[in-house]
Design a protein around this ligand. Structure first.
Ligand code: DAH
Length: 371
């Protein structure tokens, strides 16, 4: 009996150790501890033993059962932990590895130009500001020195926004509030940026974004893009304006032979106002920016009107500034050579493939802002 029990213990522990899978381990468990199992069989023999025999053998059989039970539990825990470790190791994903899939999709020329503008003006210390596309008429007109009776309001071919309901309560509330328009230019962001700066700090922002006018032909679409520029500080002159525009246009068109001509003009929100022409030359029958064979108007600009400075919450006796506004779509056409603005917004994949930019080609001043 002694040797039988010792032998059985050794055999069982060896099989537990050798079990290569949870199924194999369970088979050992059934073989030892199941209803017909070897250890169970031994326990059953206790009943037929004499008390002395039972006292001598009983504890040894019980200890055998305990040892086998524990060994199975321990082996099972090890196997489960190993399986989990293997799974975790197999599922590891190194997020730092380079992606070798080709980049699909492309960047629209308008987005590309906006990125280029942000890059160029960031280098000059300008932040990017934004404002809502559905704007109230105070920000879009009145605060910019365009009062209700001003002819410029009519000139802008404004889209007015009305509630799309007959619910009297909503309609009444709507008409008691400010008139809402789709912003006709990015200039209202001037007011928002000044207000945000609180009337005490200098402001240096550009505001690229969508604008809307009821107009449509080869060079006009009802939705188009502008970029606004605004500097508010002390001691600002037109010299700062001209230097900034020249530096911007040289960086944007990536040419040193950019010549500017400031022509006296009128905008309600600037005094004095200037329209900015850029010199172009004719290359293979096409107009190319640079040189001075002819002049092309690209920008509106001027010194911020006292009333606009005041509407923005600044004291016009202390603070001056300059502003400019420019069509982004037009800039893209001049730089990248498209000649029909309407194609910009048709969503034709062939056009986008031809004029689009690589998704991962981010414009930088050192690498070249153009792609
Ligand atoms: N808001 C003008 C427009 O849409 C463009 C403009 C002209 C903006 C002169 C300016 C500016 O900031 O100073 O036609």
């Amino acid at each position: 009996m002694t040797t039988d029990l010792d032998q059985l213990r050794t055999d069982l522990l060896a099989s537990i150790d050798a079990a290569g899978s949870l199924d194999a381990l369970d088979a050992v468990r059934v073989h030892a501890l199941g209803k017909q199992g070897a250890v169970t069989g031994l326990l059953k023999t206790l009943g037929a033993m004499s008390p002395e025999e039972r006292q001598a053998t009983g504890p040894r059989i019980h200890s055998l059962r305990e040892a086998v039970t524990e060994a199975i539990a321990a082996r099972k825990a090890t196997m489960e932990r190993d399986a989990l470790d293997a799974r975790l190791a197999g599922e590891t994903l190194d997020m730092t590895l380079p992606v070798d899939l080709p980049a699909t999709g492309g960047v629209h020329p308008v987005s590309q130009v906006m990125d280029e503008l942000a890059e160029i003006f960031a280098d000059l210390g300008f932040a990017v500001a934004t404002g809502p596309e559905i704007e109230d008429d105070w920000h879009n007109f009145s605060a910019l020195n365009i009062p209700e009776t001003h002819p410029a309001r009519a000139m802008h071919d404004t889209f007015y926004v009305e509630p799309n309901t007959t619910d009297r309560e909503i309609v009444d509330k709507w008409w008691n509030g400010p008139n809402m328009v789709l912003r006709t230019h990015t200039s209202p962001v001037q007011i928002r940026a000044m207000k945000a700066a609180g009337g005490t700090k200098p402001v240096r922002i550009i505001a690229p974004g969508r604008t809307y006018r009821s107009d449509s032909d080869a060079t006009h679409t009802p939705m188009f893009h502008q970029v606004e520029g605004l500097v508010i500080d002390k001691g600002i002159t037109m010299g700062h304006l001209k230097w900034t525009l020249e530096t911007f246009l040289k960086a944007f068109f990536e040419r040193d032979d950019i010549v500017l001509r400031l022509r006296p003009s009128y905008f309600p929100f600037t005094e004095p106002s200037a329209e900015v022409d850029v010199g172009f030359s004719i290359v293979n029958g096409k107009r190319v920016i640079g040189g001075a064979e002819g002049w092309m108007e690209v920008l509106g600009s001027g010194m911020v009107h006292r009333k606009v400075i005041a509407a923005g919450g600044y004291d016009p006796d202390e603070w001056q500034g300059f502003a400019f506004g420019c069509g982004i779509d037009r800039l893209a056409m001049l730089k990248y050579g498209m000649d029909d603005l309407r194609a910009f917004f048709d969503g034709d994949l062939r056009w986008l493939k031809h004029y689009g930019f690589g998704a991962l080609d981010v414009p930088t001043l050192s690498g070249g802002v153009g792609a």
